[in-house]
Design a protein around this ligand. Structure first.
Ligand SMILES: Cc1cc2nc3c(=O)[nH]c(=O)nc-3n(C[C@H](O)[C@H](O)[C@H](O)COP(=O)(O)OP(=O)(O)OC[C@H]3O[C@@H](n4cnc5c(N)ncnc54)[C@H](O)[C@@H]3O)c2cc1C
Length: 496
């Protein structure tokens, strides 16, 4: 592959072509005087839909194509393709509460308030073509859930803004079944035609080149061969698992962990890879009636069956006034994992813990960039058991919703999920796939923090991080829209 400017380098090299990486590359290359190179480990399928795998485009299911590890724990699943996890995700978009933004402002300053992020949220909504779930995409199950939520007293709310707890339909980056990913949205043909933008797919970032406390470029494996890309600035956007791994391989991270892996410590930053926060959830299975199975089959044969199209944001016992810390998610359709005989479907309601206090980590197993990192999401691990308590509250609320929807699906289990012993709940825990926090924003004197409010890495010049890893706490939301908005904001900061 011939790479323009390889010898002379680039003004900015963006490392990781996912949701945030696509935003950064597109926005920073708007200035024709700035050369930008976007590096992605997975393939670049280009701007034309017909060149993409059908499964990646089909928003009715969660694909397992173009992922880092095919057979792995569910919480490790993440995309390896230009467009990142927007190519394999549920295409749902929601926004966090005012309490989330109070936490973020405390960590990152005024730029992180809901008001300051609003113009960037709107930019992302427009670019990703987000729109509310249209009526034809509602199954009988989703319609019944909307009615049941009203009956239970949850007010209707706009899921794209902070507002109060309540029920509603999410915003979708899905256009009549087409998953409109961040590569389509931000790297359209006109953007790709810019002479100052280079996109390199199939290039694995090994580590940063650091000289005298300044990043001067990145070493990548291109078709297995090491190549060094010189850069005036590197912006790391390899995601919550990828970004801390690149920093650690570069000697930026906790000194003791680097010593264990035989990596020379360049900057001792204990927060790198710590503070991993993801949203665990438990599914309450129900048995669909024959009538519901028939209605779902009819919807499927019309090509309009979507497993989930509404949600409830609800408050547990520790939740600040006006906020929510639970998502209740009714689903009905083909199972996420495995399969059922034709004409039969899986139905149920999940309760997701949106504001867990438990924390996990990402660490290296070795300095080898080809070896996947060790990841522990730390689900339900807080010693006081607060996360388990709130999850049980969520399950009680999920079961109350299911009780109202009983004419369509009855209980599938003898004991209600909220009464299960802790050990059984732990076994059943799944994820909403919204990991954040492994390069968290915060003041330089906070040992957990890695970057400042502008994404600049503490103690290292010429380096920013701008993806989900920098969110200091997980918002009470699906993370794609918050990551897009934060990336838009940081692109503006870098453009000056
Ligand atoms: C299965 C699944 C379902 C989800 N569903 C939803 C949903 O419905 N709604 C929602 O809001 N959010 C959802 N999410 C979360 C959302 O997709 C993420 O929050 C978002 O993609 C994070 O963006 P990012 O830029 O931080 O990381 P990513 O989008 O994951 O991008 C990181 C990119 O960096 C690349 N990379 C990593 N390491 C390297 C390296 N060493 N060298 C080169 N490239 C590298 C990766 O290949 C990837 O392309 C889901 C996630 C998953 C996995």
């Amino acid at each position: 592959m011939k790479i323009p400017s390889l010898a002379s380098g680039y003004d900015v090299v963006v490392l990781g072509g996912g949701v945030a990486g696509c935003v950064l590359a597109a926005r920073l290359s708007e200035d024709p005087g700035r050369t930008v190179c976007l590096v992605e480990a997975g393939p670049d399928y280009g701007p034309r839909q017909q060149d993409w795998p059908g499964k990646i485009l089909d928003s009715r299911a969660l694909p397992r194509e173009d992922v880092w590890e095919r057979h792995t724990a569910f919480y490790r699943i993440r995309a390896r393709v230009l467009g990142g996890s927007s190519c394999i995700n549920g295409a749902w978009n929601t926004w966090g509460s005012h309490a989330d933004h109070a936490e973020w402002t405390h960590a990152g300053g005024a730029r992180w308030s809901a008001g300051a992020l609003e113009p960037y949220r709107l930019r992302a909504v427009e670019r990703m073509r987000l729109r509310t779930v249209p009526d034809p995409e509602l199954s009988d199950w989703a319609r019944a859930a909307l009615t049941a939520a009203r009956e239970l007293g949850y007010p209707e709310v706009d899921m794209g803004t902070p507002g109060p707890p309540g029920h509603g339909r999410p915003l979708l980056n899905s256009l009549d079944g087409l998953r409109w990913n961040a590569a389509f949205a931000y790297l359209d043909p006109a953007t790709r035609a810019r002479p100052n933008l280079t996109i390199i797919g199939g290039a694995l970032v090994d580590r940063l080149s650091v000289r005298a406390g300044r990043v001067t470029g990145a070493r990548v494996l291109l078709d297995g061969r090491p190549v060094t890309l010189a850069a005036g600035m590197c912006v790391l956007t390899a995601g919550t698992f990828g970004s801390p791994a690149v920093l650690l391989r570069s000697g930026i991270g906790p000194a003791a962990h680097l010593a264990e892996t035989g990596i020379r410590c360049v900057t001792d930053l204990p927060g790198v890879g710590a503070n991993l926060s993801d949203q665990p959830g438990v599914f309450v299975p129900l048995t669909p009636t024959d009538g519901l199975n028939r209605a779902l089959a009819a919807k499927e044969s019309a090509g309009e069956l979507y497993v989930s199209r509404m949600l409830i944001r609800a408050a547990g016992e520790f939740c600040p006034d006006g906020a929510w810390d639970l998502h209740l998610l009714p689903t009905a359709g083909p199972p996420l994992f495995g399969s059922l005989p034709p004409g039969q479907y899986e139905a149920g309601v999940s309760a997701f813990l949106m504001k867990p206090v438990s924390r996990g980590y990402v660490r290296l197993r070795s300095a080898d960039p080809l070896e996947p990192p060790a990841i522990d999401p730390g689900f339900l691990s807080d010693p006081a058991g607060r996360d388990l308590a709130v999850l049980r509250t969520g399950l009680r609320k999920a079961e109350a919703l299911a009780a109202v929807m009983k004419p369509l699906a009855g209980p599938a289990e003898a004991a209600p999920a909220h009464t299960l012993p802790d050990s059984r709940l732990r076994e059943r825990v799944g994820t909403y796939w919204h990991p954040v926090g492994t390069c968290a924003v915060g003041p330089a004197d906070d040992p957990r923090s890695v970057v400042d409010g502008e994404g600049a890495v503490h103690g290292v010049a010429g380096l920013r991080v701008a993806d989900a890893s920098i969110l200091p706490t997980v918002p009470a939301a699906n993370t794609q829209l918050p990551v897009l908005a934060v990336a838009e904001m940081l692109a503006d900061v870098l453009r000056g």
